[in-house]
Design a protein around this ligand. Structure first.
Ligand code: APR
Length: 235
């Protein structure tokens, strides 16, 4: 029976793929106002600005490749039942081969009807930009399939269940600034080992025994792989 390895990832996971983080120096929130491009109020105020923000990020994503952190996480599926809970809206975990990826904050390559959140459409690399003139087959305008600030996080329930099932919990590349994602740590069962991979210190809950790996995602996941596979029972 394989152990459940649950991994919570944030923007730092994709930094080495050239995708901007949010709160690092040079991050997205230094160049854009969150309230203008990533909130429901911003969408109501100026939807074209929001569409352009996500069109730009899709064009960046299409040029990006998964990094060694993504591919090593996918390789861990040989030894563990790996479940990834990501705050990232990119598709780099999937493109690296991970088979269980839950997106808490939506998916950049998907759009959906403004009027029916069940009508979701996957964009292709060839056609990754949408405008306010686009319509779906029901005649509805389209919006990014992203969870904006001020909106509910519909996948938090399943994410909590996955977190509670963890035999090992890993946090990679998130400043743990945004809830409810950051609150998932509270659902890790007592006694379950927690590893945190980040090149900078992260203000994690003080009451938890956390094994810090002060490295970037690629090197950090390599070190984690060493640690976890050395703990595996002999075949
Ligand atoms: N490898 C690993 N971690 C890295 C790397 C790297 N190469 N480079 C930077 N980091 C770390 C930073 O030190 C920081 O702790 O990644 C983290 C990025 O933090 P944020 O920019 O705050 O991103 P994140 O935590 O994912 O933001 C959460 O905020 O704006 C919302 O919806 C957005 O999902 C996002 C959420």
């Amino acid at each position: 029976m394989k152990k459940n390895l649950v991994v919570l990832t944030g923007a730092g996971m994709s930094a080495e793929s050239g995708i901007s983080t949010f709160r690092d120096s040079g991050g997205l929130w230094e160049r854009y106002r969150v309230e203008d491009v990533a909130s429901i109020e911003g969408w109501m105020r100026n939807p074209e600005l929001v569409q352009n923000f996500y069109n730009t990020r899709r064009k960046e994503l299409i040029k990006a490749q998964p990094n060694a952190g993504h591919t090593q996480l996918a390789a861990l599926e040989k030894e563990f039942d790996v479940h990834i809970i990501t705050q990232n809206v990119d598709n780099l975990h999937e493109r690296a081969g991970s088979t269980s990826v839950l997106h808490l904050h939506g998916e950049l390559m998907k759009v959906r009807s403004v009027y029916n959140d069940k009508h979701i459409y996957e964009l292709s690399p060839e056609h990754c930009e949408i405008s306010m003139d686009d319509r779906d087959k029901y005649g509805d305008p389209l919006r990014p399939h992203i969870v904006w600030f001020g909106e509910a996080v519909p996948m938090i329930g399943p994410a909590i269940e996955i977190t509670e099932s963890a035999d090992i919990f890993v946090v990679i590349g998130t400043s743990l600034n945004v809830y409810p994602a950051a609150g998932l740590l509270q659902y890790v069962k007592h006694g379950v080992p927690i590893y945190l991979i980040d090149p900078k210190p992260v203000n994690a809950p003080q009451n938890m025994a956390i094994h810090f790996i002060r490295k970037g995602a690629s090197e950090g996941v390599a070190e984690l792989t060493q640690i976890l596979t050395s703990q595996q029972p002999p075949k």
